[in-house]
Ligand binder design. Structure first.
Ligand SMILES: O=C(O)CCC(=O)C(=O)O
Ligand SMILES: [Fe+2]
Length: 353
Protein backbone atom coordinates (compact mmCIF):
# COMPACT_ATOMS: atom_id res chain seq x y z
CA UNK A 1 0.00 0.00 0.00
CA UNK A 2 2.93 2.34 0.61
CA UNK A 3 2.86 5.46 2.71
CA UNK A 4 -0.31 7.50 2.69
CA UNK A 5 0.04 11.25 3.13
CA UNK A 6 -1.01 11.94 6.76
CA UNK A 7 -3.00 15.03 5.69
CA UNK A 8 -5.73 12.60 4.53
CA UNK A 9 -6.26 11.09 7.98
CA UNK A 10 -9.46 12.10 9.80
CA UNK A 11 -9.55 12.57 13.57
CA UNK A 12 -10.88 9.45 15.31
CA UNK A 13 -14.38 10.83 15.91
CA UNK A 14 -14.88 11.65 12.23
CA UNK A 15 -13.72 8.34 10.74
CA UNK A 16 -16.42 6.46 8.85
CA UNK A 17 -18.01 3.25 10.04
CA UNK A 18 -17.74 0.86 7.17
CA UNK A 19 -21.00 -0.83 8.02
CA UNK A 20 -23.68 0.93 6.03
CA UNK A 21 -26.97 2.27 7.34
CA UNK A 22 -29.08 2.82 4.27
CA UNK A 23 -32.17 4.89 4.86
CA UNK A 24 -35.56 4.02 3.60
CA UNK A 25 -36.55 7.45 4.73
CA UNK A 26 -34.86 9.82 2.28
CA UNK A 27 -37.83 10.65 0.06
CA UNK A 28 -37.91 10.07 -3.69
CA UNK A 29 -40.16 12.72 -5.24
CA UNK A 30 -41.73 12.31 -8.67
CA UNK A 31 -41.76 15.61 -10.59
CA UNK A 32 -43.85 14.46 -13.56
CA UNK A 33 -46.69 16.87 -12.69
CA UNK A 34 -44.37 19.73 -13.64
CA UNK A 35 -43.86 18.31 -17.13
CA UNK A 36 -47.54 18.42 -17.91
CA UNK A 37 -48.34 21.05 -20.53
CA UNK A 38 -51.51 22.12 -18.78
CA UNK A 39 -50.57 23.07 -15.26
CA UNK A 40 -53.76 25.04 -14.57
CA UNK A 41 -56.40 22.29 -14.60
CA UNK A 42 -58.00 21.37 -11.32
CA UNK A 43 -56.34 17.96 -11.29
CA UNK A 44 -52.98 19.56 -11.82
CA UNK A 45 -53.54 22.10 -9.08
CA UNK A 46 -54.19 19.30 -6.64
CA UNK A 47 -51.14 17.42 -7.80
CA UNK A 48 -49.01 20.52 -7.48
CA UNK A 49 -50.26 21.10 -3.94
CA UNK A 50 -49.35 17.57 -2.93
CA UNK A 51 -45.93 17.90 -4.59
CA UNK A 52 -45.27 21.09 -2.64
CA UNK A 53 -46.26 19.27 0.55
CA UNK A 54 -43.84 16.44 -0.22
CA UNK A 55 -41.03 18.93 -0.78
CA UNK A 56 -41.84 20.66 2.50
CA UNK A 57 -41.79 17.41 4.47
CA UNK A 58 -38.52 16.33 2.90
CA UNK A 59 -36.85 19.69 3.58
CA UNK A 60 -38.07 19.69 7.18
CA UNK A 61 -37.20 16.13 8.00
CA UNK A 62 -34.01 15.46 6.03
CA UNK A 63 -32.84 18.58 4.21
CA UNK A 64 -32.32 16.08 1.36
CA UNK A 65 -34.47 14.32 -1.21
CA UNK A 66 -34.14 12.60 -4.59
CA UNK A 67 -36.14 13.52 -7.68
CA UNK A 68 -37.25 11.37 -10.62
CA UNK A 69 -39.02 12.41 -13.85
CA UNK A 70 -37.12 15.66 -13.47
CA UNK A 71 -36.90 16.60 -17.14
CA UNK A 72 -33.09 16.36 -17.52
CA UNK A 73 -32.39 14.08 -20.45
CA UNK A 74 -30.58 10.86 -19.66
CA UNK A 75 -28.54 11.20 -22.83
CA UNK A 76 -27.18 14.53 -21.66
CA UNK A 77 -26.22 13.03 -18.29
CA UNK A 78 -24.55 10.05 -19.90
CA UNK A 79 -22.52 12.29 -22.16
CA UNK A 80 -21.11 14.40 -19.35
CA UNK A 81 -20.43 11.30 -17.29
CA UNK A 82 -18.43 9.72 -20.11
CA UNK A 83 -16.48 12.91 -20.82
CA UNK A 84 -15.68 13.25 -17.12
CA UNK A 85 -14.33 9.68 -17.01
CA UNK A 86 -12.15 10.40 -20.04
CA UNK A 87 -10.77 13.56 -18.47
CA UNK A 88 -9.89 11.94 -15.13
CA UNK A 89 -8.22 9.02 -16.94
CA UNK A 90 -5.54 11.45 -18.20
CA UNK A 91 -2.16 11.62 -16.48
CA UNK A 92 -1.72 14.05 -13.57
CA UNK A 93 0.62 16.08 -15.72
CA UNK A 94 -2.08 16.54 -18.37
CA UNK A 95 -4.77 17.37 -15.81
CA UNK A 96 -2.57 19.88 -14.04
CA UNK A 97 -2.37 21.94 -17.21
CA UNK A 98 -5.83 23.26 -16.23
CA UNK A 99 -5.12 23.44 -12.52
CA UNK A 100 -6.82 26.05 -10.38
CA UNK A 101 -4.66 28.66 -8.71
CA UNK A 102 -5.01 31.53 -6.27
CA UNK A 103 -6.45 33.82 -8.89
CA UNK A 104 -8.75 31.41 -10.67
CA UNK A 105 -10.60 28.96 -8.45
CA UNK A 106 -12.05 27.06 -11.44
CA UNK A 107 -10.32 24.11 -13.10
CA UNK A 108 -8.66 20.89 -11.91
CA UNK A 109 -7.34 20.19 -8.45
CA UNK A 110 -6.64 17.25 -6.20
CA UNK A 111 -5.68 18.92 -2.94
CA UNK A 112 -8.95 20.21 -1.55
CA UNK A 113 -9.20 20.48 2.21
CA UNK A 114 -12.48 20.14 4.09
CA UNK A 115 -12.10 21.34 7.68
CA UNK A 116 -8.34 21.25 7.19
CA UNK A 117 -8.20 17.54 6.29
CA UNK A 118 -7.45 16.54 2.70
CA UNK A 119 -10.26 14.94 0.68
CA UNK A 120 -9.61 11.65 -1.17
CA UNK A 121 -10.73 12.98 -4.54
CA UNK A 122 -9.87 15.03 -7.58
CA UNK A 123 -12.23 17.56 -9.17
CA UNK A 124 -12.79 19.75 -12.19
CA UNK A 125 -14.91 22.89 -11.66
CA UNK A 126 -16.56 25.07 -14.29
CA UNK A 127 -18.83 28.09 -13.99
CA UNK A 128 -22.29 28.65 -15.43
CA UNK A 129 -21.82 32.34 -16.30
CA UNK A 130 -18.77 33.25 -18.31
CA UNK A 131 -17.20 35.22 -16.87
CA UNK A 132 -18.50 34.88 -13.31
CA UNK A 133 -17.86 37.96 -11.18
CA UNK A 134 -16.78 37.53 -7.56
CA UNK A 135 -14.95 39.78 -5.06
CA UNK A 136 -11.18 39.70 -5.33
CA UNK A 137 -10.75 39.35 -1.57
CA UNK A 138 -13.08 38.53 1.29
CA UNK A 139 -12.28 41.77 3.10
CA UNK A 140 -15.62 43.63 3.36
CA UNK A 141 -14.00 46.98 2.51
CA UNK A 142 -12.29 45.70 -0.60
CA UNK A 143 -14.72 46.42 -3.42
CA UNK A 144 -12.54 45.09 -6.21
CA UNK A 145 -13.99 42.28 -8.32
CA UNK A 146 -12.39 39.56 -10.38
CA UNK A 147 -13.60 37.45 -13.30
CA UNK A 148 -13.67 33.68 -13.13
CA UNK A 149 -13.16 31.92 -16.44
CA UNK A 150 -13.33 28.19 -16.95
CA UNK A 151 -10.07 26.69 -18.16
CA UNK A 152 -11.07 23.98 -20.63
CA UNK A 153 -8.64 21.12 -21.26
CA UNK A 154 -7.79 20.01 -24.82
CA UNK A 155 -8.92 16.48 -24.04
CA UNK A 156 -11.52 15.16 -24.32
CA UNK A 157 -12.37 17.63 -27.09
CA UNK A 158 -16.13 17.38 -26.51
CA UNK A 159 -15.88 18.21 -22.80
CA UNK A 160 -16.80 21.87 -23.10
CA UNK A 161 -19.81 21.27 -25.29
CA UNK A 162 -21.29 18.46 -23.20
CA UNK A 163 -20.74 20.47 -20.01
CA UNK A 164 -22.49 23.49 -21.49
CA UNK A 165 -25.42 21.36 -22.64
CA UNK A 166 -25.68 19.76 -19.23
CA UNK A 167 -25.76 23.12 -17.48
CA UNK A 168 -28.62 24.28 -19.69
CA UNK A 169 -30.72 21.32 -18.65
CA UNK A 170 -29.84 21.32 -14.98
CA UNK A 171 -30.58 25.05 -14.77
CA UNK A 172 -34.17 24.38 -15.77
CA UNK A 173 -34.46 21.80 -13.02
CA UNK A 174 -32.89 24.20 -10.50
CA UNK A 175 -35.51 26.87 -11.13
CA UNK A 176 -38.33 24.30 -10.88
CA UNK A 177 -36.98 23.20 -7.51
CA UNK A 178 -36.41 26.76 -6.32
CA UNK A 179 -40.03 27.57 -7.16
CA UNK A 180 -41.34 24.46 -5.40
CA UNK A 181 -39.31 25.38 -2.32
CA UNK A 182 -40.62 28.94 -2.43
CA UNK A 183 -44.19 27.67 -2.57
CA UNK A 184 -43.46 25.24 0.25
CA UNK A 185 -42.38 28.16 2.45
CA UNK A 186 -45.67 29.92 1.72
CA UNK A 187 -44.02 32.42 -0.65
CA UNK A 188 -44.88 33.21 -4.25
CA UNK A 189 -43.27 30.78 -6.69
CA UNK A 190 -40.72 33.22 -8.09
CA UNK A 191 -39.85 34.95 -4.82
CA UNK A 192 -36.20 33.83 -4.86
CA UNK A 193 -35.52 33.76 -8.61
CA UNK A 194 -34.12 37.29 -8.79
CA UNK A 195 -31.20 36.45 -6.51
CA UNK A 196 -29.89 34.10 -9.21
CA UNK A 197 -29.48 36.73 -11.91
CA UNK A 198 -25.70 36.98 -12.46
CA UNK A 199 -25.39 33.75 -10.51
CA UNK A 200 -22.09 32.37 -9.17
CA UNK A 201 -23.25 28.78 -9.74
CA UNK A 202 -20.74 26.16 -10.77
CA UNK A 203 -20.59 22.49 -11.63
CA UNK A 204 -18.03 20.11 -10.18
CA UNK A 205 -16.91 16.87 -11.77
CA UNK A 206 -15.81 14.63 -8.88
CA UNK A 207 -13.62 11.55 -9.11
CA UNK A 208 -13.00 9.45 -6.00
CA UNK A 209 -10.24 6.93 -6.75
CA UNK A 210 -10.10 3.63 -4.83
CA UNK A 211 -8.62 4.34 -1.41
CA UNK A 212 -6.28 1.99 0.52
CA UNK A 213 -7.45 3.45 3.87
CA UNK A 214 -11.24 3.93 3.57
CA UNK A 215 -11.63 3.60 7.35
CA UNK A 216 -9.31 6.55 8.00
CA UNK A 217 -9.99 9.00 5.16
CA UNK A 218 -13.06 10.50 3.47
CA UNK A 219 -13.81 11.40 -0.15
CA UNK A 220 -15.26 14.65 1.17
CA UNK A 221 -15.15 15.44 4.87
CA UNK A 222 -18.32 16.41 6.73
CA UNK A 223 -19.65 19.78 5.56
CA UNK A 224 -22.74 21.75 4.63
CA UNK A 225 -23.16 23.33 1.22
CA UNK A 226 -23.05 27.10 1.48
CA UNK A 227 -25.16 28.11 -1.52
CA UNK A 228 -28.84 27.90 -2.45
CA UNK A 229 -29.46 24.39 -3.71
CA UNK A 230 -27.29 21.46 -4.74
CA UNK A 231 -28.39 19.13 -7.53
CA UNK A 232 -26.23 16.04 -7.51
CA UNK A 233 -25.83 13.18 -9.98
CA UNK A 234 -24.16 10.19 -8.33
CA UNK A 235 -23.20 6.94 -10.07
CA UNK A 236 -24.17 3.44 -8.93
CA UNK A 237 -21.32 2.95 -6.43
CA UNK A 238 -22.73 4.91 -3.48
CA UNK A 239 -20.83 6.68 -0.73
CA UNK A 240 -22.77 9.86 0.00
CA UNK A 241 -23.86 9.97 3.65
CA UNK A 242 -26.29 12.39 5.22
CA UNK A 243 -26.48 13.23 8.92
CA UNK A 244 -29.95 12.23 10.08
CA UNK A 245 -31.57 15.09 11.98
CA UNK A 246 -33.37 12.90 14.50
CA UNK A 247 -30.33 11.10 15.94
CA UNK A 248 -27.16 12.36 14.21
CA UNK A 249 -26.52 8.95 12.55
CA UNK A 250 -24.78 8.93 9.17
CA UNK A 251 -27.19 7.54 6.57
CA UNK A 252 -26.13 6.32 3.12
CA UNK A 253 -28.11 7.74 0.17
CA UNK A 254 -29.04 4.78 -1.99
CA UNK A 255 -28.07 5.22 -5.65
CA UNK A 256 -31.25 5.42 -7.74
CA UNK A 257 -30.72 5.22 -11.51
CA UNK A 258 -31.26 8.56 -13.27
CA UNK A 259 -32.38 10.33 -10.08
CA UNK A 260 -30.89 13.58 -8.78
CA UNK A 261 -30.16 14.18 -5.12
CA UNK A 262 -31.26 17.60 -3.94
CA UNK A 263 -30.24 19.40 -0.77
CA UNK A 264 -30.88 22.86 0.57
CA UNK A 265 -27.77 24.86 1.35
CA UNK A 266 -27.01 27.43 4.04
CA UNK A 267 -28.40 30.26 1.90
CA UNK A 268 -31.90 28.76 1.89
CA UNK A 269 -31.56 28.08 5.60
CA UNK A 270 -31.02 31.80 6.17
CA UNK A 271 -33.69 32.98 3.69
CA UNK A 272 -36.17 30.61 5.37
CA UNK A 273 -35.18 31.97 8.81
CA UNK A 274 -34.32 28.41 9.92
CA UNK A 275 -37.61 26.94 8.70
CA UNK A 276 -35.35 24.63 6.67
CA UNK A 277 -31.86 23.57 7.70
CA UNK A 278 -28.84 22.84 5.59
CA UNK A 279 -27.79 19.33 6.60
CA UNK A 280 -24.29 17.98 7.07
CA UNK A 281 -23.07 15.31 4.64
CA UNK A 282 -19.84 13.54 3.63
CA UNK A 283 -18.53 10.99 1.14
CA UNK A 284 -17.14 7.60 2.14
CA UNK A 285 -14.69 5.96 -0.27
CA UNK A 286 -13.90 2.30 -0.78
CA UNK A 287 -10.78 0.28 -1.50
CA UNK A 288 -11.96 -1.41 -4.67
CA UNK A 289 -14.02 0.84 -6.85
CA UNK A 290 -13.66 4.37 -8.07
CA UNK A 291 -16.72 6.61 -7.88
CA UNK A 292 -17.85 9.61 -9.96
CA UNK A 293 -20.37 12.29 -9.07
CA UNK A 294 -21.45 15.65 -10.49
CA UNK A 295 -22.87 18.29 -8.16
CA UNK A 296 -24.35 21.51 -9.51
CA UNK A 297 -24.13 24.30 -6.93
CA UNK A 298 -26.93 26.79 -7.57
CA UNK A 299 -25.60 30.01 -6.06
CA UNK A 300 -26.83 33.63 -6.02
CA UNK A 301 -25.03 36.65 -7.49
CA UNK A 302 -22.00 37.99 -5.63
CA UNK A 303 -23.87 41.21 -4.78
CA UNK A 304 -26.75 39.44 -3.01
CA UNK A 305 -27.11 40.26 0.68
CA UNK A 306 -28.37 37.11 2.38
CA UNK A 307 -30.82 37.58 5.22
CA UNK A 308 -34.11 36.06 6.38
CA UNK A 309 -36.91 36.97 3.93
CA UNK A 310 -39.19 39.56 5.48
CA UNK A 311 -42.30 37.43 4.91
CA UNK A 312 -40.79 34.82 7.23
CA UNK A 313 -39.89 37.21 10.01
CA UNK A 314 -42.43 38.28 12.61
CA UNK A 315 -42.71 39.05 16.30
CA UNK A 316 -42.84 35.41 17.24
CA UNK A 317 -40.02 34.53 14.89
CA UNK A 318 -37.56 37.39 14.79
CA UNK A 319 -34.77 37.31 12.21
CA UNK A 320 -32.20 34.72 13.23
CA UNK A 321 -29.37 36.18 11.10
CA UNK A 322 -27.81 39.50 10.24
CA UNK A 323 -27.38 40.23 6.54
CA UNK A 324 -24.12 39.11 4.92
CA UNK A 325 -22.76 39.45 1.43
CA UNK A 326 -22.72 36.23 -0.63
CA UNK A 327 -19.67 37.17 -2.68
CA UNK A 328 -17.57 37.76 0.41
CA UNK A 329 -18.53 34.39 1.87
CA UNK A 330 -17.93 32.63 -1.45
CA UNK A 331 -14.43 34.08 -1.80
CA UNK A 332 -13.61 33.29 1.82
CA UNK A 333 -14.66 29.66 1.39
CA UNK A 334 -12.77 29.27 -1.87
CA UNK A 335 -9.57 30.53 -0.32
CA UNK A 336 -9.84 28.22 2.67
CA UNK A 337 -10.22 25.12 0.49
CA UNK A 338 -6.92 26.03 -0.87
CA UNK A 339 -4.77 26.86 2.08
CA UNK A 340 -4.58 25.29 5.45
CA UNK A 341 -5.53 27.87 7.99
CA UNK A 342 -6.03 28.22 11.69
CA UNK A 343 -9.19 30.27 11.89
CA UNK A 344 -12.49 28.49 11.35
CA UNK A 345 -14.12 28.68 7.95
CA UNK A 346 -16.72 31.42 7.66
CA UNK A 347 -20.11 29.81 8.46
CA UNK A 348 -23.64 31.14 8.75
CA UNK A 349 -23.55 30.82 12.54
CA UNK A 350 -21.08 33.70 12.49
CA UNK A 351 -23.98 35.88 11.32
CA UNK A 352 -26.45 34.76 13.99
CA UNK A 353 -28.49 37.68 15.18
O1 LIG B 1 -19.93 13.24 -4.31
C1 LIG B 1 -20.93 13.39 -3.61
O2 LIG B 1 -21.78 12.49 -3.49
C2 LIG B 1 -21.19 14.66 -2.83
C3 LIG B 1 -20.14 15.71 -2.95
C4 LIG B 1 -20.41 16.91 -2.09
O3 LIG B 1 -21.09 16.86 -1.10
C5 LIG B 1 -19.85 18.23 -2.47
O4 LIG B 1 -19.01 18.26 -3.39
O5 LIG B 1 -20.25 19.24 -1.84
FE1 LIG C 1 -21.69 18.88 -0.42
Amino acid sequence: MGEVDPTFIQDVEHRPKLTITEAEGIPVIDLSTLNSPDISTEKNCKELASLVAEVKNACKKWGFFQVINHGVSLECREKIDLASRKFFALSKVEKRRVKRDELNSMGYYDTELTKNVRDWKEVFDFTVENPTMIPLSHEPDDKELKELHTQWPDYPPELREVCEEYVQEVQKLSYKLLELISLSLGLSAKRMNGFFKDQTSFVRLNHYPPCPIPHLALGVGRHKDAGGLTILAQDDIGGLEVRRKTDGEWIRVKPTPDAYIINVGDTIQVWSNDEYESVEHRVVVNSERERFSIPFFFNPSHYTWIEPLEELVNEKKPAKYKAYNWGMLFTHRKNSNFKKRDDENLQIHHFKA
